[in-house]
Structures are given as structure tokens and as C-alpha cells.
Design a protein around this ligand. Structure first.
Ligand code: C5J
Length: 221
């Protein structure tokens, strides 16, 4: 399959490609979670949900592999470095109790993926203690075991967990495509910069494309 992408076409075999949905969890998308405790307007992020839903439905219909990530720490915070917890001036820190339970703690209501993008049985859900999806998750070995060589990315935030995960993937030899209208940032200029950085210098980190071009490639439009 061939997606019309930037800076040039992204080619992939469906059987060797996973759709990766980064951290579309209530803690980032809904009021009362980690994103808002950092002082952000979370409505910017929820604007991508309809486009993500369309892609997820089409990818599932095509029979493609799906994996979801969540930024999630153990209840005892043993996997949360003190430096990460102490950083900045949030109103609530990681592990504190907020309106949706303990911030960024696995199993809490705020840590769940939003209902519109809820994982289906058989889809992988990767809890990651870092910003990147490969750090301390064993994901590379699982993807290798499944014969995956290409990754299509959606999710939030563009410049933090999405970009970190794409860079980690690139260093491990995966070809990655970021869907432009399926990622967002609390800061519009950071999204623009992320897209530019990824596809610069001949796809130095990966490719970007509007989701309509992926849907056309998989025959969903
Ligand atoms: C952040 C993320 N921004 N999922 N996490 O802390 O991008």
C-alpha cells in the first residue's frame, strides 16, 4: 500500500504495520486530569477525536493490528523518577488524588483511554512509565515477534509522547507515519514544529500525511 505523504510516499504492507494510538487517555483529554493540572486548555486535544475514530474504525475493518499506549505509573510510584514527579508547578502532581482519581496511576479512572477510542479485545494496551513507548515496556521485542516493521501514529501530545515514541521507533528501524489531523498539542506552534521536524531532511524521523490519504490507501474512502 502507498500513502501520498510528506516528504514522499509512505509504502507499507498491512500485515507488517501497526496503528499506534498514543495516550488518548482521560488524564490528557478531559478536564481534571494531568493536562489541566499543568495549566493547559484540554479542549485543543479533544478536537482530534472524530478523525482518530474514523481511522481506527477503518483500520479495524481492514484487519490491521492496533496498539494503544497509556502514560501510567504503578500505584507505589516505584517507576516514577522523583525528578519527573517534582518537575514544574502543577496543581496536582503524579500520584496525587484528583477528580478522576490518582493522576497518571494505572487503573485509575483518569488513566483509562477515552470511551470513543476504547481498545477492542485482542488489541495491545501498553502502559509506559516514560514519554516514549519503548522505554521499559518490552514493546520492541513484542513488535519483532509479530513481524511489525511499519507504524502509523495518532495521539497526544505531538511534541512529547508522540514525537518521543516516533524517534525511539526510528532508532529501532521502524518506518513511522504520523497522521497530521490525528495528533495535537496544547501549543499550536509545537504541533507545527513537530510535523516539520519529523519529515525534514528526507524523512529523518518519519513521514506525515493527512488521515484522508491513509484512508484512501486502505480503500476506506
Ligand atoms: C505528556 C504525553 N505531555 N502523552 N505526555 O506529558 O504527551
Amino acid at each position: 500500500m502507498r500513502v501520498s505523504a510528506n516528504p514522499f510516499a509512505f509504502e507499507f504492507e498491512l500485515a507488517r504495520t501497526a496503528l499506534v494510538i498514543i495516550d488518548m487517555q482521560r488524564d490528557f483529554i478531559e478536564p481534571g486530569g494531568f493536562g489541566e493540572t499543568l495549566g493547559n486548555d484540554v479542549s485543543r486535544l479533544s478536537s482530534i477525536v472524530p478523525a482518530c475514530v474514523r481511522v481506527l474504525a477503518a483500520w479495524r475493518r481492514a484487519g490491521g493490528k492496533v496498539l494503544h499506549t497509556r502514560e501510567a505509573h504503578r500505584a507505589d510510584l516505584s517507576d516514577c523518577p522523583p525528578a519527573k514527579r517534582q518537575r514544574g508547578q502543577p496543581t496536582l502532581r503524579i500520584g496525587d488524588v484528583g477528580p478522576m482519581g490518582r493522576i497518571l496511576v494505572a487503573g485509575e479512572p483518569g488513566n483509562q483511554i477515552i470511551p470513543a477510542l476504547a481498545p477492542s479485545p485482542g488489541e495491545w494496551v501498553i502502559d509506559k512509565p516514560g514519554k516514549g513507548m519503548f522505554y521499559a515496556t518490552g514493546l520492541h521485542e513484542r513488535l519483532q515477534g509479530a513481524g511489525i516493521s511499519h507504524l502509523v501514529f495518532m495521539g497526544v501530545t505531538a511534541e512529547v509522547c508522540v514525537q518521543t515514541s516516533m524517534r525511539e521507533a526510528n532508532d529501532r528501524g521502524y518506518d513511522g507515519l504520523l497522521l497530521e489531523d490525528c495528533t495535537e498539542s496544547y501549543f499550536p506552534e509545537f504541533k507545527t514544529a513537530t510535523l516539520d521536524m519529523i519529515r525534514a531532511q528526507g524523512a529523518i524521523v518519519g513521514w506525515t500525511a493527512p488521515s484522508a490519504d491513509l484512508l484512501a490507501a486502505i480503500g476506506a474512502q
